[in-house]
Design a binder for this molecule. Structure first.
Ligand code: ACO
Length: 327
């Protein structure tokens, strides 16, 4: 069996932070940010939580798929920023959308989370365990951003995206997925639910939160990793599928930086027009970026039945993965 995407949805918080707004917070400017990253503005959660955004994206995906919540068998939420440690975001979504027959859980793989979630859902469907699966990427990543660090705060934004997979006759293309834990320090954020952080809280008087409890990134190292690993994992997944770059209609990449997307297109020797981008509007929404982009393409009528799409994620881990799907 194969899981075909039958509906997509997304939720973007209305609050906007422009590059000009950022230039009043740290020493930067619109020109630098646009030239180095492609980002013009980002949307930030105001009162919205990761669960709220996930549930809204899920409701829109259900509407788009024209299926009832009770038909969902399983809910997989990729997130690094759950509003509570437990219950999982999946539990909150299950209750909020009325998916009374669904099981589910959260998985954390940072910016690769949605792609790994998609692969896990395909495996459940291929094994005949579940038939209808909701896969969500939802992040309130702004809560982990150090808003005094110009090297990272220009990049990120909040939001959620969701897809619904339905079982059909067929065989899915094999996935490609990798971890390189030896380079984990290049992009790291310490857990705030630790003895170290609790000790800091108990002795907080006049002290700032230590930097390691915010996103810490070696930007150049992550950039180099991305421009090498994404073409490599794309070529690998295409080879496994018996396809070539020319067979692919769309490359839907994690939206981290316009220069990364352009470098990947160049290394794959293919038309940049096949690499849709929305990072100019939302920045890097981590696990939410791929499903948000898919939802926008779907709603704009860019996706036609039978088209082949590569999904690719990369980020903290360092982790990276890709899947081929037929629309
Ligand atoms: N505004 C103005 N100047 C800046 C800013 C800023 N916001 N940030 C850095 N600079 C300065 C630096 O201090 C440096 O100055 P110097 O030459 O005097 O030392 C200069 O600009 C160049 O800095 P670099 O870090 O070399 O700039 P680079 O071109 O590498 O761009 C960036 C930095 C945008 C962070 C880039 O490295 C990048 O995008 N890396 C990938 C990051 C990424 O995608 N991370 C997430 C992926 S995984 C995930 O999604 C979690």
């Amino acid at each position: 069996m194969i899981g075909r995407i039958c509906g997509t949805g997304s939720y973007i918080p209305p609050k906007i932070l422009s590059n000009d707004d950022l230039s009043e917070m740290v020493e930067t400017n619109d020109e630098w940010i646009q030239e180095r990253t492609g980002v013009r503005r980002r949307h930030l959660a105001d009162k919205e939580t990761t669960s709220f955004m996930a549930s809204e994206a899920a409701k829109r995906a259900l509407e788009n798929a024209k299926i009832k919540p009770e038909e969902i068998d399983f809910i997989l939420v990729a997130s690094s920023t759950p509003d509570v440690l437990f219950p999982s975001v999946a539990c909150t979504v299950q209750e909020e959308i009325g998916a009374v027959n669904a099981a589910g859980y959260d998985m954390q793989a940072a910016c690769t989370g949605f792609v790994f979630g998609y692969q896990t859902a395909q495996a459940y469907i291929a094994a005949g365990i579940y038939r209808t699966i909701l896969v969500i990427g939802s992040e309130c990543i702004s809560s982990l951003v150090d808003w005094t660090d110009r090297g990272t705060c220009i990049l990120f934004g909040d939001g959620a995206g969701a897809v619904i997979l339905r079982a059909e006759e067929g065989t899915p293309y094999p996935p490609a997925a990798h971890l390189d834990g030896s380079r984990g320090e290049a992009l790291i954020c310490h857990n705030r639910c630790t003895a170290e952080f609790l000790e800091f809280l108990s002795d907080k008087e006049g002290k700032e939160i230590p930097k390691n409890f915010y996103i810490q990134m070696d930007g150049r190292a992550v950039f180099q990793f991305a421009v090498r690993s994404v073409p490599q994992v794309t070529e690998e997944v295409l080879e496994k599928a018996g396809l070539t770059v020319e067979d692919i209609d769309w490359f839907v990449l994690h939206q981290a930086n316009r220069r990364i997307v352009e470098a990947v297109a160049k290394r794959l020797k293919t038309d940049i027009g096949k690499f849709p981008m929305n990072l100019q509007e939302y920045g890097n929404t981590s696990s939410a970026s791929v499903p948000i982009l898919l939802d926008e393409m779907n709603r704009e009528g860019m996706l036609k039945r039978g088209q082949k799409i590569v999904l690719a994620g990369f980020g903290a881990g360092l982790a990276y993965g890709a899947s081929v799907l037929e629309w």
